[in-house]
Ligand binder design. Structure first.
Ligand code: O2Y
Ligand code: MN
Length: 645
């Protein structure tokens, strides 16, 4: 095998060179440059995939290659291997469920180490004022990206198996779906990707009809000092980096085996690279749940909704409605790809195949449907375990027996008086969507489902009404751009802060947010745009208590939205948009004391302050050239309406 230093100089340009070669140039059978393919066959690979694998082999120097077929047998072998390595533990209380414990330094997405690579910085991020730090993405130049790769990847898979994961985002063969090839040295990633995507041989077969795919290279890394802190969960937190190069449909991730950093189909492909493809091709790749709502007359509509984290997106996607006669069905809980069909109807698919949900807070009272979904064929990560072979996390207090012992996410005996959480706050369940008892019958429809409304929302303790409707599409885009939500500040002592999170996409934009807004505005010319709403389940009264019960009672808000889609005149105009008439919201039999005039009040002082905050955010994050004039106009118009209150 050639020495690495002979080839490394060519690692990046090699993509260009190899693209034009024919399969015979490789003369491959079950070898790729001397590395034995121990599972799968290179015969199934199109030349472009072989070329990608060969490059990764030259760079990472794995011991062998495993081309994943996605079979049950393969999955069982990988789970066995992971168990032998101590990466996962069986959970005998349930059917085929596993617990992974990560290195405690590898527990979440790392925004500060996530980059978009373009020639011109302004294509990736808005051009903000020099003395301000923009928070709408990080840019890296192509030279620096190459350097980052060269400093981390050479030989990083020595002694390891390189897995090749062919996967489809969306049902295989759907015109709305896209294919990825993830190369990784983590068997945990393979087993998780098998749940989260459609993975294996059918995907390789479909590449013969359309050879386009997103290249994803991932390694858990090999620390520079050679010391692996935790053999069962190798990673390199000091040098973790997640790189996206939209011009080459390329994702390169190093140093972390966790969630969004390593399951590259999710945030990296479906949102960051996805949004750039969507811009080029005229559609939308969004951080949105998709749900079906059937009203008591049996009429069904689909909506999407974008909420920042900690707003109960998975709970809404799987809601149990309290309003009689309503039925909710789930298409997806995190990502929506939406495109106009030939009739101008906006149709959405969930590009994922599973749920990677936050465990803490999920219980039979908050989300019984999730609880019915997650105890079969599931990989849990960083939750606590119980002495009867089950799982535990904060929120499950009423769901386990007193005499059960609990082991925390770090593997230590846990005591409820310790003051420490048993499960990591970002611990997860990774569950097939097909487990969900209310999965929608059309969730895998290759055409997608027709979308009648888009909801934006946030956790807003003050000033923001329960629901309001945009006056028109442009106003709706403006509402998405102004999204803010209460979040726990990074610094412990700061407590809660209201953070800007436009379209709930702040960590996931694949290109300049200003250009993203222009793209959204342009959708109106492409087809029949849905109505846009803003919801806030979290407003608090002067007594500090929530003004609205939330959860299943949110079906009352969905009912109003559905009636608005049908054109019912159950609204009145307000300074910020259309709100329900006094009797517009169905409150029949609601066992919660709701003060309707308070929950829909629009306090002038609050909104003047809100507008100032939005102005400051736009001003600090982007130059006037980036922000579309329509958004400026909307802000000015809102300001005038609020002044007139
Ligand atoms: O922390 C991670 O790596 C996972 S992030 C995540 C996972 C599932 C759904 N949404 C998110 C998110 O951050 O929006
Ligand atoms: Mn998400």
């Amino acid at each position: 095998m050639p020495e690495f230093h002979e080839n490394i100089q060519t690692f990046v340009p090699i993509y260009e060179k190899k693209r034009n070669q024919s399969p015979t140039d490789f003369g491959l059978t079950n070898h790729i440059r001397g590395v034995i393919v121990t599972n799968g066959t290179t015969n199934d690979l199109i030349p472009e995939v072989k070329s990608f694998i060969e490059e990764a082999v030259l760079l990472c120097q794995p011991d062998d290659i495993h081309i994943c077929d996605g079979s049950e047998r393969e999955n069982r072998l990988l789970l066995k291997k992971l168990q032998e390595n101590g990466t996962i533990l069986p959970l005998p209380k349930y059917e085929n469920c596993w617990l992974a414990r990560t290195n405690p330094r590898d527990v979440a997405r790392v925004e500060s180490k996530t980059f978009i690579c373009t020639e011109r910085k302004e294509d990736a991020v808005p051009t903000h004022k020099l003395f301000e730090t923009g928070n709408l993405g990080n840019w890296i130049s192509p030279d620096d990206m190459n350097m980052a790769i060269r400093l981390r990847f050479p030989n990083c898979m020595k002694g390891r198996t390189m897995y090749v994961i062919p996967y489809s985002m969306g049902p295989v063969g759907s015109p709305l779906s896209k294919i990825g090839i993830e190369i990784t040295d983590s068997a945990y990633v393979v087993t998780s990707m098998r749940i989260m995507t459609r993975m294996g041989k059918p995907v390789l077969d479909s590449l013969r009809n359309n050879s386009e795919f997103v290249k994803c290279l991932h390694s858990v890394g090999s620390p520079a000092n050679g010391v692996i802190e935790m053999e069962s969960w190798p990673c390199d937190p000091e040098r973790t980096i997640i790189l996206h190069k939209p011009s080459e449909n390329l994702i390169v991730s190093y140093g972390s085996g966790y969630g969004g950093n390593s399951l590259l189909g999710k945030k990296c492909f479906a949102l960051r690279i996805g949004s750039t493809i969507a811009k080029r091709e005229g559609w939308l790749a969004e951080h949105m749940l998709i749900m079906g709502i059937t009203n008591p007359k049996g009429e069904k509509k689909y909506i999407t909704a974008a909420f920042p984290s900690a707003c109960g997106k998975t709970n809404l996607a799987m809601m149990t409605p309290t309003l009689p006669g309503y039925k909710i069905e789930c298409v997806g809980d995190d990502i929506a790809w939406m495109k106009f069909d030939s009739e101008g109807v906006l149709r959405a698919i969930n590009p994922e195949n599973g749920f990677f949900g936050v465990a803490p807070g999920t219980s039979n009272s908050t989300n019984p449907i999730a609880m019915q979904s997650i105890f079969k064929n599931t990989i849990f990560t960083n939750v606590a375990s119980t002495s009867d072979g089950g799982v535990y996390w904060e929120g499950m207090e009423n769901e386990i027996d007193e005499n059960i012992d609990i082991t925390d996410w770090l593997g230590k005996k846990w005591n409820k008086n310790s003051g420490k959480p048993a499960a990591h706050p970002n611990s997860r369940f990774c569950t097939p969507a097909s487990n969900c008892p209310i999965i929608d019958s059309a969730w895998e429809d290759p055409k997608g489902v027709p979308i009648s409304a888009i909801l934006f929302g946030g956790r807003r303790p003050a000033g923001v009404p329960l629901v309001y409707e945009a006056n028109n599409w442009t106003h709706g885009v403006f509402i998405g751009a102004c999204m803010r939500s209460e979040a726990t500040a990074a610094a412990e002592h700061q407590g809660k802060v209201i953070m800007h999170d436009p379209f709930a996409m702040r960590p996931f934009f694949g290109y300049n947010f200003g250009h993203y807004l222009s793209h959204w505005l342009s959708m109106e010319k492409r087809g029949k745009v849905p109505k846009i709403f803003h919801v806030n389940w979290f407003r608090k009264g002067s007594d500090g208590k929530f003004m609205w019960p939330g959860y299943g009672e949110n079906s009352r808000v969905l009912d109003w939205i559905v009636r608005r889609i049908d054109g019912e005149e159950c609204y009145r105009d307000s300074a910020i948009g259309r709100i329900p008439t006094i009797n517009g919201l169905n409150l029949n039999n609601l066992e919660y004391n709701v003060n309707i005039s308070e929950i829909f009040s629009i306090p002038k002082d609050f909104w003047i302050e809100e507008i100032k905050n939005i102005q400051k955010y736009f001003h600090n994050q982007m130059s006037a050239d980036d922000l579309p004039y329509e958004i400026f106009d909307q802000l000015n118009a809102l300001s005038r309406r609020v002044e007139a209150l």
